[in-house]
Design a protein around this ligand. Structure first.
Ligand code: COA
Length: 320
């Protein structure tokens, strides 16, 4: 058996922040942000949280799939911006949707989180362990951002996307995934420092730190490489692929991947102009948009590819 996506949903905060709005917060402008990233606006949480957006996206995905939450046997939430250290976000979703029969845990792989979650579910389903899963990518990146750092604060946004996945005869064909901890320091966000009665430490909230150029170079090199590895591994030709659904970090990264792969830009759908980089949420939000617009037909072959902090990256080949 293999993992098939049978329903999708997404949820983003109501509050929209344009590049123009940001130019009143830090020294930046629409021209700089648009030309370097393609981002025009992003959603920023106010009332919303990682849990509330996860629950909202999950409910829509369950409805789209026509799935009774009690039939779920697994919930995975990919996030690097949870509301709690514990309980995990997935247990909060389990409670909210009434998925009483599911085991629930979070997965941390930053912007590759949804993809790694999908691959984890695939492994469970292939082994016959679980049959019906809910996978969510959810982030409140706005709480990790240094709002005085113009190099990073213009890039990210908040949101959640979800997919209901079930074990079927056809669905995921294969996947590749990689990590390189040696390059970890180029994109970090520290959690709490060690601090206790023996070794007290002044707690300072830490924020996202990024060296933009190494991250850019990593993405434009590794994404085409891993997609090629997946195509070779599965004996699939580029012509068979309808869409490449890439992590929505930056339109220049996506354009460059298309160019390196000698594939038309039309095969690389984008919505980052409206949401910025929503980390683990970006792939499922885009997938939900494509699903609801009717861009995907049964039997279409698509490749999902994620990349981000860790460093982590990978790709999955699916039949819709
Ligand atoms: N507005 C205006 N100017 C800005 C700015 C902003 N928001 N952010 C940075 N700058 C300035 C810098 O201070 C620098 O000025 P200086 O030359 O006077 O020092 C100049 O713009 C160029 O900065 P640089 O960092 O070299 O720009 P860049 O061309 O590399 O673009 C990124 C920066 C972040 C857009 C680019 O490196 C990138 O997209 N990297 C990948 C990021 C990413 O996708 N991360 C997530 C992966 S999951």
């Amino acid at each position: 058996m293999t993992a098939r996506i049978v329903g999708t949903g997404s949820s983003v905060p109501v509050h929209k922040v344009t590049n123009e709005d940001l130019s009143r917060v830090v020294e930046t402008n629409d021209e700089w942000i648009s030309s370097r990233t393609g981002i025009k606006e992003r959603r920023i949480a106010g009332e919303e949280s990682t849990v509330s957006m996860s629950v909202s996206a999950a409910k829509k995905a369950l409805e789209d799939a026509g799935t009774d939450p009690q039939d779920l046997d697994l919930i995975i939430v990919a996030t690097c911006s949870p509301d709690y250290f514990f309980p995990n976000t997935a247990c909060c979703v389990q409670e909210a949707v009434g998925a009483v029969n599911a085991v629930a845990f979070d997965l941390s792989a930053a912007c590759s989180g949804f993809l790694f979650g999908l691959n984890t579910i695939q492994a469970y389903m292939k082994a016959g362990i679980y049959k019906k899963a809910l996978l969510i990518g959810a982030e409140t990146m706005s709480k990790l951002i240094d709002w005085e750092d113009r190099g990073t604060c213009v890039l990210f946004g908040d949101g959640a996307g979800a997919a209901v996945i079930q074990a079927e005869e056809t669905g995921m064909i294969d996947m590749v995934q990689y990590s390189d901890g040696q390059q970890g320091p180029v994109l970090t966000c520290k959690a709490r420092e060690t601090s206790n009665f023996l070794f007290p430490n002044e707690q300072k909230a830490d924020h996202i730190y990024m060296e933009g150029q190494p991250v850019f170079k990593f993405a434009v090199k590794k994404v085409p490489e891993c997609i090629k590895a997946l195509l070779d591994k599965t004996g699939t030709s580029k012509e068979e692929i309808k869409y490449y659904v890439l992590h929505q970090a930056n339109s220049r990264i996506i354009d460059s991947v298309a160019k390196r792969m000698k594939e038309p830009e039309e095969k690389f759908p984008m919505n980052l102009h409206f949401y910025g980089n929503t980390s683990a949420a970006s792939i499922p939000i885009l997938l939900d948009e494509m699903n609801r617009k009717g861009m995907l037909e049964k039997g279409d072959k698509i490749i999902l590819s994620g990349f981000g902090a860790g460093l982590t990256w990978g790709a999955s080949l699916l039949e819709w």
